[in-house]
Design a protein around this ligand. Structure first.
Ligand code: NAP
Length: 401
C-alpha cells in the first residue's frame, strides 16, 4: 500500500487514501511529550480499520529556528499546502522580530478562515460547573479578519499621526480622538462573514444540529459586528431557506428546519454558563470567538483537553492543533495531558471521514478517564484517581481502543 496525498475532489470533498501522507509539527516545549503519546493513539485507531498514516515531520517554532534560522520555514507551509491536511503541537511565540504569532501566520498564509472549536463534556472529567454534560457546542470562529488582521499603528508613530490627521478631516467625533492614541482597524467583510456562517450552517446540516447562533457585539459596533449578524441572516435566506430559517422569519418556530438566531457577545458569555443547553452551533467574529472558546473550554475540563482545527472548506486545507501553549515549565517531564492534541486528531479523523476511528478514540478516552487513570491536571481535581505520566495516558487510551 503506497503512501499517497489527500486530494480535493471537484465537488469540494476530500479524497482520502488508506495511507495518507500527513505532515505534523511536534511542537515546542511539552510538544516532545504530548506528540508521541498522541501518535500511539492515532496509529492504533487507524490500524483498527486497516489504515495507516504516513507521518511527515515538518518544523515550526523554536525547533525550526534552532535548526534552520527560520521560525516558520517555507517547506513547512509548502507541506501543509501540498498535503492539504496537517496537525501541530504548541509553538513558542517569538518575542520581538517580525512574526507576531506563528499560529496566526499559518492561518493567514493558508487562508484557514474557520477556527473550529468543538466544546463537549467527556464523562469523568473534573469540571467547575454542576452540569457540564449539558455543554455540547461547536464554535465557528472567523479566523482572518477583525482586530486580529494585525492592522494597528503604534501610538506616536508617523503612521498613527498621519491616520489621525486624515480622520480629523471627517470632523465631529473623528476629530476628537486623543492625539496620544494607538490605533487599530477592525475589518469585517461580507465575504469573510458569509463564508464563515456558510461553513457553520453546512456543518449544522451535515451533523443534524438544531440551531446556529450568530454571536456579535452589534449593539455597539453596528457596521462590523452588527453587519456580521445581518449578513448571516441574509445568507440563510439566500442559500439555506430549504433547511434553515432565521428567528424573525419564523417567530422562533423553525419546524424541522435549523433555527438561526443571534445573541449579543456579553450576554452570551453569561448564558453559556447558565443555560448551555440553548446553544448548539455558534458562528462568531474573531475576537468574540477567542474569548468564548476558552471560557467554554473551562466548563468541560480546561485547555489540557480542548482541541481546535483551522480550516478552509473551499480549498480543502486544514491544520488541526492543540489549543494550549508550550507549558515550558513541564517540558520533557512526560507529565502534561496529551488530550488536546489527541482530540485535535479526532477532529482531523472526522474531517477525513474516518468517523468510526474518531468515535473509538473518544470512547477510549472516556473509558480511561472513567477508570480514574489521568494526568496530573485532572488528578489534582479528582479524588481517588491514579495519576499517570503523559506517555502512560496515551498507552492507556490505545489499549482501550
Ligand atoms: P500554556 O503553555 O498554555 O500554559 C499555561 C498553563 O496551562 C500551564 O502552566 C498548565 O497549567 C496548563 N497547561 C498547558 N498545557 C497543558 C497540558 N497539555 N496539560 C495540562 N495542563 C496544561 O500558556 P503560557 O505559559 O502562557 O505560554 C507558553 C508559551 O506557549 C508561550 O510562548 C506562548 O506564546 C505559547 N502559546 C502557544 C500556543 C499555540 O501554539 N497554540 C497557544 C498559547 C500559548 P498549570 O500550571 O496549572 O499546571
Amino acid at each position: 500500500m503506497p503512501a499517497e496525498k489527500i486530494t480535493l475532489n471537484d465537488d469540494g470533498t476530500l479524497s482520502v487514501p488508506d495511507e495518507p501522507i500527513i505532515p505534523f509539527v511536534r511542537g515546542d516545549g511539552t510538544g516532545v511529550d504530548i506528540w508521541p503519546a498522541a501518535q500511539v493513539v492515532f496509529d492504533a485507531a487507524a490500524a483498527k480499520y486497516g489504515r495507516k498514516i504516513a507521518w511527515q515531520e515538518v518544523l515550526a517554532g523554536q525547533n525550526a529556528f534552532d535548526e534552520t534560522g527560520s521560525w516558520l520555514p517555507d517547506e513547512t507551509i509548502e507541506a501543509f499546502r501540498d498535503y492539504l491536511i496537517g496537525i501541530k503541537g504548541p509553538l513558542t511565540t517569538p518575542v520581538g522580530g517580525g512574526i507576531r504569532s506563528l499560529n496566526v501566520a499559518i492561518r493567514q498564509i493558508l487562508d484557514l478562515y474557520v477556527c473550529l472549536r468543538p466544546v463537549r463534556y467527556f464523562k469523568g472529567v473534573p469540571s467547575p460547573v454542576k452540569e457540564p454534560e449539558k455543554v455540547d457546542m461547536v464554535i465557528f470562529r472567523e479566523n482572518t479578519e477583525d482586530i486580529y488582521a494585525g492592522l494597528e499603528f503604534e501610538q506616536g508613530s508617523a503612521e498613527a499621526m498621519r491616520l489621525l490627521e486624515l480622520l480629523a478631516e471627517f470632523g465631529g467625533k473623528w476629530a476628537q480622538i486623543r492625539r496620544d492614541s494607538g490605533l487599530g482597524i477592525k475589518p469585517v467583510s461580507v465575504t469573510g462573514s458569509k463564508r464563515l456562517v456558510r461553513a457553520a450552517l453546512e456543518y449544522a446540516v451535515k451533523n443534524g444540529r438544531k440551531s446556529v447562533t450568530l454571536v456579535h457585539k452589534g449593539n455597539i459596533q453596528k457596521y462590523t459586528e452588527g453587519a456580521f449578524r445581518n449578513w448571516g441572516y441574509e445568507l440563510v435566506r439566500e442559500e439555506f431557506s430549504d433547511v434553515a430559517v432565521g428567528w424573525d422569519d419564523c417567530g422562533g418556530r423553525p419546524g424541522d428546519r435549523i433555527l438561526v438566531k443571534d445573541n449579543i457577545a456579553d450576554i452570551t458569555l453569561q448564558q453559556v454558563l447558565t443555560r448551555p443547553e440553548d446553544f448548539d452551533v455558534i458562528a462568531t467574529t474573531n475576537l468574540n470567538g477567542d474569548y468564548l472558546s476558552d471560557a467554554l473550554a473551562a466548563q468541560v475540563g480546561g485547555i489540557g483537553i480542548a482541541p481546535g482545527g483551522n480550516i478552509n472548506y473551499v480549498t480543502g486545507h486544514g491544520v488541526f492543533e492543540a489549543t494550549h501553549g508550550t507549558a515550558p515549565k513541564y517540558a520533557g517531564q512526560d507529565k502534561v495531558n496529551p488530550s488536546s492534541v489527541i482530540l485535535s486528531g479526532v477532529m482531523m479523523f472526522e474531517h477525513l471521514g474516518w468517523t468510526e476511528a474518531a468515535a473509538d478514540i473518544v470512547a477510549a478516552i472516556e473509558a480511561t478517564i472513567g477508570a480514574g487513570v489521568v494526568t496530573y491536571d485532572f488528578a489534582r481535581l479528582m479524588t481517588g484517581a491514579t495519576e499517570v505520566k503523559c506517555s502512560e495516558f496515551g498507552h492507556a487510551i490505545a489499549e482501550r481502543l
